[in-house]
Design a protein around this ligand. Sequence first.
Ligand code: ATP
Ligand code: MG
Length: 565
Amino acid sequence: MIRWTQALLNTLREAPQDAEIVSHKLMIRAGMMRKLGGGLYTYMPLGFRALRKIEAIIREEMERAGAQETLFPILQPAELWKQSGRWETMGNGMFRVRDRKEAWYVLTPTAEEAFTALAKNEIASYRQLPCIIYQMQDKFRDEIRPRFGLIRGKEFIMKDAYSFDADDAGADRSYRAMYDAYVRIFKRVGLAVKPVEADTGDIGGNFSHEFMVFAASGEDGILNCEACGYAANQERAERQESASEFGGKDDAIVRVATPGKHSCEEVAAFLEKPLTQVVKSLVVLADGDPIMVLVPGDRELNELKLRRVLGGAKIEPADETTVVRVAGPCGSIGPVGVEIPVYADQSLKGAADVIVGANAEGVHLLHVSLARDAHITSYEDLVIVAQGDACPHCGKPLGLCRGTEVGQCFKLGQKYSKAFGATFLDETGAPRLLTMGCYGIGVSRTLQAIVEQNNDENGIMWPASVAPYQVALLLLDPDNAEVTAKAEALAADLEARGIDVFMDDRAERPGVKFKDADLIGLPVRVVAGAKGLSKGGFEIRRRTEKESVIVSPEQAAETIAQWLK
Ligand code: ATP
Ligand code: MG
């Protein structure tokens, strides 16, 4: 038990200016954390207890899934990162520091390199597989926009696990074990999450799920099928292939003047044609070489999909000189007659009678048939899927909502084991590359996400499993010896049952104590006052309910224990 008069705890009436979302406001107002600098927060005693409880649940579930805990240095030699190539590809997102001998180090943003290097030395034989190891540790990222408190920090706590297997089938089993552990973890900490299919980004690899919490402030778009349960990050989401609506006609090409009309919208409006009939042509650089990409006029290119189609090539916008050289003046370009590779969205397969730029200033072409008039290198899935598109599994319309990622599972394959030469000897004594997976949970982000999901207008509503304390015991008359004795006895009884008690023993008015209790949001509130006790007992209330009940001092501990079960 802790008493408020001994605790370092200050609640605030007002939220700080930079707190935009409710959980950030409440974490500060309820005294759970304090800001040290942009994207940097100190966990105060109450917030730290909640964090510790989340960590304990994660540890239990990791161990249950057969993973063992380790702890790596946060400061890592640059050489490790050069070996994987991420010293270059991580760019400004990574904090780099130098020691007195001018040797470079990284403040670890994630730890595939260090774990793979360890596995290379420690795992020699198939007999040591499968192997899953993890750590719970601070990570550092120089985020472009740190914000929302613990949701996007420069320093944050991550649980990161790595699996090593002999082959793909083994890696699938490890992936499944981690996925299932994640489902249990988020359920136990009281957070509703949705696993969605995800892109593999900078980490690399070929298969991934993100565990998302739905939130209006979320920075990720999620496409969701209510009919069959398909869900995917917008970066990754697919749609059912729909053939072009514009096919069949084989009229000859007609050149039309479209003076000053550059965007697809302007061209469509000027020619009085539907926007979907205009094909958007883009020139981009793929690993430095120009290529053309075609998508329907009402669609946006998904660069991550293009990158995947091109085997992970770096995609950049082309400069104007290049566009003019390989196609024509910007705003009037098209695929007819160009000599660079042209990739078209799959929905343009069979497209005829479409409108494209003529590669001449202020001119467009009508009645273009892509198959007849252009050289299409290949048709691929290249567009950002939007609300209302057909679900790739069942064809029903997809919904779009916003979300924040609290965890992610990746199948890495052999990307890192190859870079580090991490092999083991199989049953026949032949060396083979380890097959890997990696699995992250944003522990500090999860803490705040729980608050984002569990609150009302008066404050936080902690799920019992992670609440800093389970019971707020409000001692209304701290000067009254009899009331104090009864409250102390109840606290002792609760503690003996393993229930943590936070006693508000301040010399404050009852109204102040009630307000603070709601703000801090412990699951059960007990009021111990002379008036109530003379009427029959303690007044107890769940944080999630309006009504309180009076229970006798003899019954109180038992009732509370039942509630918290
Ligand atoms: P995001 O897309 O939100 O930037 P990410 O995909 O870059 O996250 P991962 O590399 O998958 O993140 O890291 C694993 C987990 O760490 C994430 O699921 C997330 O919960 C957490 N995390 C990542 N970046 C931050 C951050 N800046 N602050 C707090 N938690 C973070
Ligand atoms: Mg991620």
